[in-house]
Design a binder for this molecule. Sequence first.
Ligand code: MRU
Length: 369
Amino acid sequence: MKIGNKNYQSIWIDDGDPSVVKVIDQQKLPFFFEIKELRSVDDVFTAIEDMTVRGAPLIGTAGAYGIYLATLEINSQTNIREHLSNAARYLISCRPTAINLSWAVKKVMDRLKDEHSPMELTKKALAAANEICEEEKENCRQIGKHGLKLIEDISLEKGGAPVNILTHCNAGWLACIDYGTVTAPIYLAHEKGIAVHVWVDETRPRNQGAKLTAYELGQNKIPYTLIPDNTGGHLMQQKLVDIVIVGSDRTTRTGDVANKIGTYLKALAAYDNNIPFYCALPSSSIDFSISDGVKEIIVEERNPEEVTHITGLAGGEILSVRICPEGTVAANYGFDITPARLVTGLITEKGICKATEKDIKKMFSYKIN
Ligand code: MRU
């Protein structure tokens, strides 16, 4: 996507020095546009943990490049197998909910399993990570094409009046390397001249909606309105939302969707108001091994300080301020699970399917052994 006149992805290998992975620092947006260099497994771990990089497809791709960087750390003293499996375990442990991280790290590790020469390991790891990166971009492009149809249909029904889309968190190009999952259909609709307007949930505690989705939509001249997380239900009752589209960090083979905390409440409100609730996701976010999202998906718990404090721009500096009495005990669950029965459909790179085991199986039979 373009920032100013320049095309960016949210992760890439440095042109001049292939031992450097570059990322856009999402902790600094929308206030400062800064690029960070990742040169080691530790750098990748920290960037994922502190959310310099975030969003399921992006953390998966970052993890894949992390294994590539691990191969560059090999020297004559290294026990290669031990070193690589430790790096894989370490990276996967970083954020537990999004399946993309373990999926991508395992995919790269699998490519390396019969290789022993450090040079070949590096070559293969880089090729596998680049492949994942390209695949995720292409997945988003396809999700865009399939999701566009939903927006087009609503626009037709409304006689061309703006289609009001509500989204939660950031499932845009920053989270997905390029295009985004939720945003790809929106960008395509806008390009096609279809009037759209996005209700952007601020997405406490880290405000990915306010900071990142608002930034992306603004850069792409998509009309949007920022709303506190509690506003969605009211807007839906007032018929001011035509469709809800969210992303996913892990979806079960039965269609239960784990996404940013607060998504479930939007799904309940959409259900009660008969508003279509779609989840846009690449198949790398589907965990075909599990069937009960509430029981089986591990929900990440993050530092309570993200709840007790809020971060923003003050006097040209990014500052954090406390918003509650000192010593307040806070809980910070990163994700929640929306049961499949509340999900109208899944927009995937292969098309739109119902959030049911039967339909998911049919669409992705080639991925299920
Ligand atoms: O904690 P984050 O910011 O990494 O969580 C990301 C999300 O939950 C997004 O909403 C998203 O839908 C999944 S990534 C496309």
